[in-house]
Design a protein around this ligand. Sequence first.
Ligand SMILES: C[S@@+](CC[C@H](N)C(=O)[O-])C[C@H]1O[C@@H](n2cnc3c(N)ncnc32)[C@H](O)[C@@H]1O
Length: 205
Amino acid sequence: MRIRQHVNPLKSDLLDIADVPRVEAPVGRALEVELGAAEAHFLIDRARQDTASVFVGIEIRRELVEAVNAACAAAGPTNVRSVFANMSVDMGRLFADGSVRRFFLNFPDPWFKSRQHKRRVIGPGLMVEIGRALAPGGELYVQTDIFALALDAMAALEGLAEAGFVNAAGAWTFLRESPYDAKSRRERQCESEGVRVWRLLYRRG
Ligand SMILES: C[S@@+](CC[C@H](N)C(=O)[O-])C[C@H]1O[C@@H](n2cnc3c(N)ncnc32)[C@H](O)[C@@H]1O
């Protein structure tokens, strides 16, 4: 199967994806979500450590969504699934208010060229939607090896007093290391190449 390397999230057919589902965990089970999950390696690690919770990846490359769901159906874990949707426009359809325990934004696409910056997902709009969908006390974890993106995320989150985000490391401070045992594919690649990773953890008050 051919999997595209990059997808422009502003392409017209991706701004109006049909059948974006409501993502919910069964009553009594917590929901954790990776936005831009790709192969869902991070969520699969999390799911193996916590079989009681539900782990959902949101991904804009449909072929990857199908591959993750087929692999999990064949060999588990059974508490992971991937959903085809565009986080830049579909958060309202995907998540009810206060329904998610944790969001992970692991290594969002950098879109280096300045004329492509508008394709970047990080910004106040996404952070407001994440704040709305997080349960009280819920967490947003962001990690990236691109310092400019880490700063954009921090500026958006520190500036959003109304969304009630509190920086777990102290205002305008990065985390020293990941608080999770799970690792995404890009995170492992950075580790093996010795690339520095910038990490942020915010809690919804
Ligand atoms: C650089 S990859 C990182 C993948 C994985 N999180 C990791 O850390 O290895 C970014 C992922 O986000 C997905 N993505 C980009 N824009 C998106 C959007 N608007 N909605 C959903 N997924 C998106 C891409 O298709 C890609 O799989």
